[in-house]
Design a protein around this ligand. Structure first.
Ligand SMILES: Cc1cc2nc3c(=O)[nH]c(=O)nc-3n(C[C@H](O)[C@H](O)[C@H](O)COP(=O)(O)OP(=O)(O)OC[C@H]3O[C@@H](n4cnc5c(N)ncnc54)[C@H](O)[C@@H]3O)c2cc1C
Length: 558
């Protein structure tokens, strides 16, 4: 659903050559040949129903002869071929019927889905006798969990400041307007409204988890809210999946003067700033020095997010600014700052070199082994490899240098000081249970410190696994209730069977991450991919990889 509504620059570009092709004389000729063959087949006797390809061509020839005889007879009724009696449907008639049939079926399916989308079914009401699961967040982990949990077994309450799921891999494209932000955001209710039991979705920010009391306090911090202040609710289980906060390295100027690239609002802010800088640079009388500053975008962070943003920006300059702002387009500069010796450390050496070469071609300046030191309104200060500071003037500054922890997460960690000692995030066991509150709190995704990379891929897998785990836990509870009944009634045989079933159901497998590869867009309609293959991996890069990359995202809808 998300993918279908995405309108991308690349999609437009891919569409154009196809249109060009269909209007070539060759294409027109073959189309008219096809049409004339169809017309002929419609009036002529043709091959029998189960014809072989050679029979079909023979039938077509006979058909052509039949057409000739129709014309020779001055349009009197056809007498050639099998003549008179009940005529069998010809090949092209069948094709035509097939097309009609498929079209009708597709329209009916489409109408069914539209009807379903507009008429969600009745749901079971929340049931006080069921356990309550409170889910914090509506991102990759939470949404995947919600998708897989059977809500007949629980009351589920979702609390998130965003009432939608955001498809983050396409967020860099929103910064340059290639994709409309709303088309990569799916309302959470579009998912929960189709669950068997009502799910409460509350657009609010959780401000405190009290693990001892098993409560969550939240607040509606949106622009418009009622008179209600903070609210505290109890939970039986808590799914903690609030993601991470952008990293600032404790540099105050970053939050004050820079942009992040995590939320939808961040991407829109970057876009506005970018265009503001471009417009200001165009104002008559602006000094040369100021024009160069305004048109310089500095990105900090050489991971996939920083790289993809720099690449998208360069494409935007080449494809759009050059057209609409020719007077300044060639003065736009993009600089990518990275503290490590190279960008994209999670990719193979071959792909790193390939990307660095591509960036050189695209005139993106790479400053590796440079550390961010400070940021004021107009200048970034970085520490060079020789230890000296360098001041770089900028118009737009984007911080894409990894994850920090949200205040609520730090507070939760503080409630278990002896076991929550990881700086990267919440410590969990192999069942994604929070260390210190194993029985009731599950933590997923970017807010955790696990051996898995902080990616959508692993967050979604964790969510799916937990949804299924909840279903299995409900089954255990159900079997235990049956066992208790059987024991009370003295049903010895049934007790034994149920005991075995409980034991089997209680054997819940730990979470296992399955890596399906890493992909990144590097500009110029090229992407890179490190994919697992047999016991090793393959590294690919280029335009074909880019098409596959887009293909993956265009087809992702679950
Ligand atoms: C620009 C960009 C591109 C990316 N591209 C890729 C990619 O191509 N492939 C890939 O695998 N990964 C990618 N990632 C990483 C991926 O998006 C994250 O790893 C993933 O979002 C983590 O999922 P999560 O559920 O832990 O957190 P998120 O998806 O960030 O969800 C966190 C949720 O918690 C909510 N929340 C925040 N604070 C609170 C609070 N106090 N109370 C309640 N709710 C709260 C948020 O609103 C959000 O709904 C990208 C990330 C970014 C930023």
């Amino acid at each position: 659903m998300i993918a279908a509504s995405v309108v991308s620059r690349s999609a437009r570009r891919i569409a154009l050559p196809t249109q060009g092709l269909t209007s070539t004389p060759t294409a027109n000729l073959s189309r008219s040949l096809f049409l004339s063959a169809r017309r002929r087949a419609a009036v002529a006797p043709v091959a029998p129903a189960a014809a072989t390809p050679s029979e079909i061509s023979a039938g077509a020839t006979a058909g052509a002869q039949g057409l000739a005889s129709v014309q020779n007879n001055g349009g009197s009724s056809g007498s050639g071929g099998n003549g008179g009696g009940k005529r069998k449907a010809g090949f092209f008639t069948k094709v035509k019927r097939g097309i009609y049939g498929t079209t009708v079926l597709s329209l009916a399916t489409f109408a069914y889905y539209v009807h379903e989308a507009n008429n969600p079914p009745d749901q079971l009401p929340q049931d006080p006798s069921k356990k309550t699961i409170v889910v914090l967040g509506s991102g990759w982990a939470a949404t995947s969990m919600l998708e897989h949990i059977d809500t007949t077994n629980y009351n589920v309450i979702v609390i998130s400041p965003a009432d939608y799921f955001l498809f983050t891999p396409l967020l860099p494209s929103v910064t340059v307007g290639t994709i409309n932000g709303r088309s990569i955001a799916q309302p959470t209710r579009q998912l929960t409204r189709y669950k068997a039991r009502e799910v409460q979705v509350l657009e609010a920010e959780a401000t405190k988890v009290d693990a001892a009391k098993k409560t969550v306090t939240f607040e509606d911090k949106s622009e418009i809210h009622g008179a209600l202040g903070t609210v505290t609710i109890p939970y039986d289980y808590l799914v903690y999946s609030v993601g991470s906060a952008p990293q600032t390295f404790g540099i105050e100027g970053v939050a004050k003067h820079g942009c992040f690239l995590k939320e939808l609002g961040d991407a829109e802010k970057i876009r506005n700033r970018l265009m503001d800088c471009v417009e200001s640079a165009c104002i008559t009388g602006q000094s040369e020095e100021e024009v160069d500053r305004l048109l310089h975008t500095v990105v900090v962070g050489g991971g996939p997010t920083g790289v993809e943003f720099a690449a998208e920006l360069r494409d935007f300059v080449k494809d759009d600014l050059a057209k609409w702002y020719p007077e300044i387009a060639n003065r736009v500069k993009v600089t990518l700052v990275e503290g490590l010796p190279n960008i994209l450390p999670m990719f193979s050496k071959k792909l790193i070199e390939y990307t660095e070469h591509e960036f050189e071609q695209q005139e993106i300046t790479l400053l590796t082994k440079h550390m961010l030191r400070d940021l004021d309104e107009t200048h970034v200060t970085v520490k060079k490899p020789d230890g000296q500071d360098m001041k770089i003037p900028y118009g737009v500054f984007v911080m894409a240098a990894g994850n920090g922890q949200r205040p609520i997460t730090r507070d939760l960690m503080g409630q278990f000081p002896s076991v929550q000692t990881e700086r990267r995030g919440l410590s969990v066991d192999e069942h994604m249970r929070l260390k210190g509150a194993e029985d009731v709190i599950f933590a997923l995704g970017d807010c955790t410190a696990t051996p898995y990379a902080a990616t959508a891929q692993s967050a979604a897998q964790q969510g799916k696994w937990l949804g299924k785990r909840f279903n299995q836990m409900a089954r255990v509870d159900d079997l235990k209730a049956q066992l208790e009944g059987a024991q009370k009634n003295g049903q010895t045989d049934q007790v034994k069977t149920l005991e075995r079933m409980v034991e089997k159901a209680e054997r819940i497998k730990p979470f296992h991450y399955s890596h399906s590869g890493a992909l990144a867009y590097i500009g110029h309609d090229k992407a890179i991919a490190d994919l697992p293959f047999m016991n090793g991996g393959v590294s690919v890069g280029g335009v074909a990889t880019y098409l596959a990359w887009r293909g993956v995202y265009f087809t992702v809808s679950d």
